[in-house]
Design a protein around this ligand. Structure first.
Ligand code: PSU
Ligand code: MN
Length: 305
């Protein structure tokens, strides 16, 4: 694996010393947000994690090498280069073997985080079961990754571009604990609730860390989801965002967008339809997740000592 893996020295040292490290994905930069807000977000999130006393490790693939911890020029590449491919589990060997650049999704980032022993991963939203799944069979590989890869993901739930009840059913089938951080309800990204309950509410991160630790000790393979709602002040109005999402879905349908292109299409379309309001909310929730994720990594490092 050394042939295609570069761990940033700071990340390697932190992992060796059992200091808290937080993984971050690169698809959120390349396909999830427009430039230059994506670059500012990527830098800010790393700063928040550092301020909490953990080490950030943004993960991506540069010229066929998996980088755990990106340089400033790598971040710029993911933020600006529109040729970068979106890399989920199935894409990984193709990108590595052919020496290409690739931005890792939740699934792709979890694979690389597990290789190097990073236990906590912060993002915005997970992929999930798409609406109209009975026709499209579109279920994100993020869910099958959570079934098999031992990384805990801090997110603000999933966007209601997806079918949230079915996404939660698949996570249950996959054996993935879905915990709510200070919430009884699974959040729906731009808003604090989806109307669907989480498996358990946890009000302190020490409890979450103990649950993750117990899962590891029991050798129960697969990840865990810590759903952290968008802060009240940054949440969008339910009726407003529901309407926008319905319109974006109708446009995707009319244009016949499918496969790996549909999630980036919808994210971009929603930003345009809300004149950037959704982007402001998206950035706020990622920053909030970074803070909680860093605190969780710290709580976990204390247990593991
Ligand atoms: N949801 C978001 N923002 C994102 C993504 C999802 O709100 O940036 C990205 C993540 O990288 C996620 C991927 O892993 O999209 C899921 O893509 P797909 O549905 O093709 O599996
Ligand atoms: Mn898909």
């Amino acid at each position: 694996m050394q042939n295609f893996l570069d761990i940033h020295p700071e990340v390697a040292a932190a992992l060796k010393a059992n200091k808290p490290v937080v993984a971050l994905e690169s698809t959120i930069i390349s396909h999830g947000m427009p430039y230059p807000q994506n670059l500012a977000m990527a830098r800010e999130v790393e700063g928040i994690i550092r301020a909490e006393g953990a080490i950030p490790a943004t993960i991506g693939i540069i010229k066929g090498r998996v980088k755990i911890g990106l340089s400033e020029s790598d971040l710029l590449n993911f933020a600006q280069n529109t040729q970068v491919e979106k890399v989920s589990r199935r894409d990984f060997p193709l990108i590595i073997a052919q020496g290409k650049d690739g931005a890792t999704t939740v699934a792709g980032t979890m694979i690389a985080a597990e290789w190097v022993g990073i236990k906590v991963f912060v993002t915005g939203g997970l992929g999930g079961v798409h609406r109209g799944v009975d026709q499209s069979w579109d279920i994100s590989a993020d869910l099958t990754e959570l079934m098999q890869t031992d990384v805990s993901v801090v997110c603000a739930g999933v966007k209601s571009i997806l079918d949230i009840p079915k996404t939660l059913e698949v996570l249950e089938t996959a054996g993935v604990p879905v915990l709510g951080y200070r919430t009884d309800d699974f959040p729906s990204f731009f808003t604090r609730s989806s109307g669907c309950p989480v498996l358990q509410r946890c009000d302190d991160l020490k409890t979450v860390a103990k649950i993750i630790h117990a899962k590891q000790v029991m050798k129960l393979k697969g990840g865990l989801v810590l759903a952290n709602p968008i802060p009240e002040a940054d949440a969008l109005e339910v009726a407003f965002i529901d309407k926008v999402i319905a319109e974006a879905l109708a446009e995707a349908d009319a244009k016949g967008v499918s496969g790996k292109a549909i999630t980036p299409f919808l994210l971009k379309n929603i930003v345009e339809r809300t004149q950037g309001k959704s982007l402001v909310a998206n950035i706020a929730l990622v920053k909030n997740n970074a803070k909680v994720g860093a605190q969780l990594a710290k709580a976990l490092a204390e247990i593991e000592i």
